[in-house]
Design a protein around this ligand. Structure first.
Ligand code: DX5
Ligand code: ZN
Length: 220
């Protein structure tokens, strides 16, 4: 089964988001990745639920919100009400990870946990049954266009192994620095969803990367 591709709007033309989402949909994207930043958990401030709500009627894409925000339990419901399909919270941003995951699922969305590069996978030990997705950050959150951090590859392999050995349907998403050069090692390590922002929206012929990434699995 080929990997799913979730282009990140972080690098899109924010003056033309409806068209940008239509463009990735027309080029084979499976998901649309919304990078939400609050200026506190990470220095940047990006978008809020109102952007998800305004885009919702214009795309059939699965909408995945990556909340790089402090106290995500205070914000997740707004994104679910806006029509987001999956809400991912940063493990480092809350003292109540189990509680916020249950709140997301109770609210009717799928739930994910994102791990910063330095965060060990052991934090997942007691919450596996709650996880629709694990997001392994392959850059330090807060900006697009950063270089892939290869030290996270063993973490991807470990988590892929845990998903297999526990016979879970949990998606393994990787986010940050993904392009033609870095993708094959990430797919080989076991990723099932790839997030790409600048390589899709800022590179020459970036839209073609969506199809290239989906086909890459077949040639590995
Ligand atoms: C980091 C963001 C970025 C974004 C992808 O806070 O989460 O990783 O999604 O950015 P690129 O693909 O440009 O590295
Ligand atoms: Zn992201």
């Amino acid at each position: 089964m080929s990997v799913k591709v979730a282009p990140s709007l972080l690098s899109a033309d924010f003056s033309n988001l409806r068209e940008e989402v239509r463009r990735i949909e027309a080029n084979g994207a499976d998901w649309v990745h919304l990078d939400v930043m609050d200026g506190h958990f990470v220095p940047s401030i990006t978008i809020g639920p109102v952007v998800a709500q305004s885009l919702r009627p214009h795309t059939k894409l699965f909408m995945d919100a990556h909340l790089m925000v402090s106290e995500p339990e205070d914000h997740c419901k707004q994104f679910i009400d806006a029509g987001v399909n999956l809400v991912t919270v940063q493990a480092e941003a809350t003292a109540h990870l189990d509680r916020v995951l249950r709140k997301i699922k109770k609210g009717g969305a799928k739930a994910g946990v994102a791990l910063n590069p330095a965060t060990p996978a052991s934090i997942l030990e007691y919450i596996w049954p709650l996880l629709d997705l694990v997001l392994v950050m392959s850059v330090n959150p807060g900006a697009g266009g950063q270089a892939f951090i290869p030290e996270v590859l063993p973490k991807i392999e470990y988590i892929a192994g845990q998903i297999r050995s526990r016979n879970l349907a949990t998606e393994l998403q990787v986010d940050g620095g993904i392009n033609h050069e870095t993708a094959s090692a990430i797919i080989k390590a076991g990723a099932s969803v790839l997030v790409a922002g600048s390589a899709v929206f800022k590179a020459e012929n970036g839209m073609a990367l969506i199809g290239d990434l989906k086909n890459m699995q077949n040639v590995l």
